[in-house]
Structures are given as structure tokens and as C-alpha cells.
Design a protein around this ligand. Structure first.
Ligand SMILES: *Cc1c(COP(=O)(O)O)cnc(C)c1O
Length: 460
């Protein structure tokens, strides 16, 4: 229990409620079967606690702004507000909105990648990897090896292995590297933060070899909060100051605003000062997303985003947010359940290979756990493992990633800790009966991003 009791519960009260529908266990068994044992194919109304993604949410302040949506095709006041928020928080001069994060990737990446070039990341997000490949590039991950060791503490498991990265650049030649992309926090490694020191080191290497450096900024505020908590010299800085410094080292970013910008839809590309690149981005955004002052969004969406960016920097909010994730993580760890430790910013990641050690990785142990959590208590998690990793594009062989996770993603300001108690209890019950859980195999396997629409069945 914290000394300061005002830190013990949610720093908000609930103004509007959304009733949840609860199905019986028999109904859930039927629904998951109909969904091809794929949580993406469940109807949301058949889910009790939805931990598929942390995307989306909003406050009364944001809703108040949405009423003031200026739906002009060009020059909407909400665009201007959003632009000013970006300039104020990140210190960047140029910005275009996009309909979401992947829209930003689709516009920016083809401008930076020549066919055959590499894009080095700590660990690329799935749509990011897909857009790199669609632009003719190859995505490579250079996260530190500590990220793969789920049991042991490291304060910044999202860090780049800078030495390995430098060796790779020398080996391939800097002309064959399109750019470096730091994902903060590193979603695929477990929502793990990247330290300021590491960002600076990456920037140093990028400059040394004349390589461009960008950030995938979806969880910029959570990353800054971790820096404040864990990195020497930042204890007394504000979140905004830390964000400013982080972004001063990069030359631009793509952002999914559905995460730390606290909106249900939206994204952006921001560029510090490269006017030429910005002009190219503007030229591409018009046919792909929408005119340069709306990028596929309604005025009200941009207003919610501008306000969400401001609200997302609140330390009380970030403290609660990150500690709610830790609260669930601590409960699971106390019960002996293998998770990525320490917990990251937006989700608890269960180590599926350790949890279901009798199920071979080719039979998607993490997916099998997701299925059981749905049956146990109507909880929808998501697999981030072999099912998501897909096949090697050249050999067609299954990629078996070192990290094979069930991601229990906690949406911001949506569920209470009572819901977290239900989740913890459900995981414990599934763990207690783990020996009887079977793996899964394909009934239908789509060629790309297969996890979204694949259909599976239990291996008998
Ligand atoms: C969500 C996410 C994206 C993609 O953004 P969408 O808004 O879902 O299109 C890209 N990168 C990271 C790190 C993300 O978490």
C-alpha cells in the first residue's frame, strides 16, 4: 500500500458506463469454436474483458473538444490545435495527420527505403515490419539479448544492442541501411522502455555512418515515465522535458495516436526540420490518406488527439496507468506464472513457451492459452508469438521467435483493478489445468498478416 493514499486508486471517476454482456461457459466454448480459435474473429459483444489491444479511450475534456469539430476540408482549427500541440511537446516543425499509425508508415516508408535496403529497429511492430517489406526493405531487430530472458530484471529491455547494430552496419555497408527506427516503448519485446542513454548512443552511431534516425512514437509518454523512474539524472525532470529530449535526437516520427495520445482513431507523421522530406510526405499523404490538414481524420478526431496528447503527459495518470499493469503482473508472478519481467507500459506478457511447455511452438502455445482464457472468463488476450511471426518470406518455413507471448493489453482508463483481479484469477485457473491443454493447427492460413484472419483447430 502506498504511503500517499491518493495514489492507491484510479485518478478519475466514472461518468458514463458501458454495460458488459456476460455469456455462459458453454456459450463461450461455442463462440471460440465458431471464431476458428482466433480471438480476432470474436465479436466484441461476446467478450467480457477485452485485452486485445490498448488502443483507444477518451475523457470528458476530449469529448467536449469533439463537439467543437471543424469539419472544413482545408485548414480546420482542430488541425491547427493539433499542430501546435505537436510543436509544443516534441519541438518538431512539420506534421501531417494520418488515419492511424499504419497510415503514417505507408506514407513515410517508401520515401526512405530503396529496394533491398535494411531498416534496423530495436524490435519492429507487426504492421511496421509489413510496411517495411511492402516498400522493398528488410526489417531487422537489434534489441538487447536481455529482452529474451523473461525472468530476469533489466530496467530497459527495449534498448538496442548498439555494438551488434554497428557490426551489422559495417558488414552490410551503411549505403544498404535505409534508416534506424526506435520503437518506444518496445511493444513487441513486452512494452519495454528504451533508455535516454541508449537513444543517444543510437543517434551517435547513426551520425557516424550517415544513417537517418526515426522513432515509432506510439508510447512516447510511457517511455518517458520509465526514464523518469529508472534512469539517473531524470528523477526531477518533467515528462514533457524528457519527451523533448528523447525526440531531439531523432529527425522524425510516425505515431499511432491510439496509444499514448488517448484517442480511438488517429496517427501522424512529424518531421523535425527536413523541409524537403516533409514536402514529399505531403505529396504522398494526399492520395493515400487525405488532404494535408486532415489526413483521413474528421476535425473532431484531430481535436481529441490534440487534447489527448496534452492529457497523456499527466504524471498522475501515467503513474496509475503503469502501476495498473504492474498490479496485474505482480499478481501473476506471485502465483508463479511466467511473465516478461519487469512488466512494461501497456500490457502483461505471459511467456507461452514456459506456461505450456508440453505444446511445441509450431502448435502455437500462446494462442492456445488465449483460447482457454476466453473459455475461463470471457477474457480476450492476443498471441504475439509464432502465429504472428508467420513464415520466412524466402524459405516459407515457420519462424519460431525467441519470445512467444500471450499479451494481456490493458486499455487506458477503461478497466478497474477489480477487472484485473478477475484476469489474474482466470490465468491462475488456466495454469492449474495446463497439462490438459492442447496445441492448435491451421484450418485456413492467409498468406500475409495471417494471425488476423487465420482459422485453427485443436490438435487431437
Ligand atoms: C499500434 C502500433 C502501430 C500501428 O498503429 P495503428 O494505429 O494500429 O495503425 C505501430 N507501431 C507500434 C509500436 C504500435 O504499437
Amino acid at each position: 500500500m502506498p504511503d500517499d493514499l491518493t495514489k492507491m486508486a484510479e485518478p478519475y471517476r466514472i461518468k458514463m458506463v458501458e454495460p458488459l454482456r456476460v455469456l455462459s461457459r458453454e456459450e463461450r466454448i461455442q463462440k471460440i469454436k465458431e471464431a476458428g480459435y482466433n480471438t480476432f474473429l470474436l465479436k466484441s459483444e461476446d467478450v467480457y474483458i477485452d485485452l486485445l489491444t490498448d488502443s483507444g479511450t477518451s475523457s470528458d475534456y476530449q469529448w467536449a473538444g469533439m463537439i467543437m469539430g471543424d469539419e472544413a476540408y482545408a485548414g480546420s482549427r482542430n488541425f491547427i490545435h493539433l499542430y501546435e500541440a505537436v510543436k509544443d511537446i516534441f519541438g518538431y516543425n512539420y506534421m501531417v495527420p494520418t488515419h492511424q499509425g499504419r497510415g503514417a508508415e505507408r506514407v513515410l516508408f517508401p520515401l526512405l527505403i530503396k529496394k533491398g535496403q535494411y531498416v534496423i529497429g530495436n524490435m519492429h511492430f507487426d504492421t511496421t515490419k509489413a510496411h517495411i517489406e511492402m516498400a522493398g526493405g528488410t526489417a531487422v531487430n537489434m534489441v538487447i539479448k536481455e529482452a529474451e530472458d523473461t525472468e530476469n530484471y533489466h530496467p530497459f529491455k527495449g534498448n538496442f544492442d548498439v555494438e551488434r547494430m554497428e557490426r551489422f552496419i559495417r558488414e552490410k555497408g551503411s549505403e544498404n541501411i535505409a534508416f534506424i527506427l526506435a520503437t518506444v516503448t518496445c511493444n513487441s519485446a513486452g512494452g519495454q522502455p528504451v533508455s535516454m542513454e541508449n537513444i543517444k548512443e543510437v543517434k551517435r552511431v547513426a551520425d557516424k555512418y550517415g544513417i537517418r534516425f526515426f522513432i515509432d512514437a506510439a508510447r512516447f509518454a510511457e517511455n518517458a515515465y520509465f526514464i523518469k523512474q529508472r534512469e539517473k539524472g531524470y528523477e526531477n525532470k518533467s515528462i514533457k522535458e524528457i519527451v523533448r529530449e528523447m525526440f531531439s535526437y531523432a529527425e522524425g516520427f510516425t505515431m499511432s495516436a491510439k496509444k499514448d495520445a488517448l484517442v480511438n482513431i488517429g496517427g501522424m507523421i512529424a518531421i523535425k526540420d527536413d523541409e524537403d522530406l516533409f514536402r514529399k510526405v505531403q505529396n504522398m499523404v494526399v492520395p493515400l490518406e487525405g488532404f494535408v490538414t486532415y489526413g483521413g481524420l474528421a476535425g473532431r478526431d484531430m481535436e481529441a488527439m490534440a487534447r489527448g496528447l496534452e492529457e497523456g503527459l499527466s504524471e498522475d495518470y501515467l503513474h496509475w496507468r503503469i502501476n495498473q499493469v504492474k498490479y496485474l503482473g505482480d499478481k501473476l508472478r506471485e502465483a508463479g506464472i511466467p511473465i516478461q519481467y519487469p512488466t512494461g507500459g501497456h500490457a502483461v506478457f505471459i511467456d507461452g513457451k514456459k506456461f505450456l511447455s508440453h505444446v511445441p511452438q509450431e502448435q502455437f502455445p500462446s494462442q492456445a492459452i488465449c483460447v482457454e482464457l476466453y473459455i475461463e472468463a470471457g477474457i480476450r488476450g492476443v498471441e504475439v508469438g509464432a502465429l504472428l511471426a508467420g513464415r520466412d518470406p524466402v524459405t516459407g518455413k515457420e519462424i519460431l521467435p525467441a519470445l512467444d507471448f500471450v499479451r494481456l493489453t490493458i486499455p487506458r482508463r477503461v478497466y478497474t483493478n477489480s477487472h484485473m483481479d478477475v484476469v489474474a484469477e482466470a490465468v491462475k485457473r488456466v495454469y492449474a489445468r495446463r497439462d490438459s491443454i492442447k496445441g492448435l493447427r491451421f484450418v485456413y492460413e492467409p498468406p500475409i498478416l495471417r494471425h488476423f484472419t487465420a482459422r485453427l483447430e485443436p490438435v487431437e
